[in-house]
Design a protein around this ligand. Structure first.
Ligand code: ADP
Ligand code: MG
Length: 206
């Protein structure tokens, strides 16, 4: 995994988020304010525009620029939160030009911790963390068993899918979805669903 390959994957992630804009927005209607897909699509459109200019940059700079772009273009809480994930990963991968998968997993772990700190949130609160945390845990376990990046990413996607399913059973205690309380049961979390799309694309394109 070098810079060009990472740029290609982030670009495809952007396409997927933009393609799923209406679906992600619709998920935010019953438990939020009907804007998640709009927010994420706007952010990733801006990321897609920045990517071609990053071809000669290291992996850390590419992740960091992605994060900073999300923070500065997305109005909703998903902007600073996904922005933090990518920025923290960028800091952890500073000056790397070839991605070493265990280093990526470490960077991802730090990114997720950054999301929890920024959102004052943890698992079982019906947020993106309910997809992110089981996903990274599954990737670590898969890698320990068989050090194959594609297989690990596929395991991460599978765990994220289960994590998104699980958010249907949860009562939100953070973010706008906490305002609807028990009425949110049965509805999947939009932010967690965005991550599911991201990891699915990464697993397909790696
Ligand atoms: P907003 O809630 O400001 O309208 P979005 O609709 O774009 O922003 O994003 C909502 C998503 O953000 C939720 O589905 C959830 O996954 C995530 N989220 C909200 N608050 C938090 C938090 N404190 N910690 C982690 N994730 C959160
Ligand atoms: Mg919203």
């Amino acid at each position: 995994m070098n810079s060009l390959k990472l740029i290609g994957i982030l670009d495809k992630i952007g396409d997927k988020i933009i393609e799923q804009k209406d679906f992600l927005t619709e998920l935010d209607r019953p438990i939020g304010d009907n804007d998640h897909g709009i927010n994420m699509a706007k952010g990733f459109q801006a990321v897609k525009e920045k990517l071609p200019g990053l071809a000669d940059k290291d992996l850390g700079t590419i992740f960091k620029t992605t994060g900073m772009t999300l923070v500065s273009t997305v109005g909703g809480s998903s902007g600073p939160l996904y922005g933090t994930l990518f920025m923290k990963m960028g800091m952890a991968l500073k000056d790397q030009t070839e991605l070493d998968f265990p280093k990526f997993l470490e960077a991802f772990q730090l990114g997720i911790e950054g999301v929890g700190q920024r959102g004052h949130s943890t698992v079982e609160e019906k947020t993106m963390l309910d997809a992110l945390v089981p996903s990274v845990d599954a990737m670590k376990a898969a890698w320990a068993e068989n050090p194959d990046p594609k297989a690990a990413l596929a395991a991460g996607a599978k765990a994220a899918e289960a994590g998104v399913e699980h958010t249907k059973e949860l009562i939100a205690t953070k973010g706008r979805a906490s305002y609807v309380g028990e009425r949110g049961i049965g509805h999947q979390d939009p932010g967690a669903t965005s991550y599911l799309f991201m990891i699915q694309v990464a697993a397909e394109c790696y």
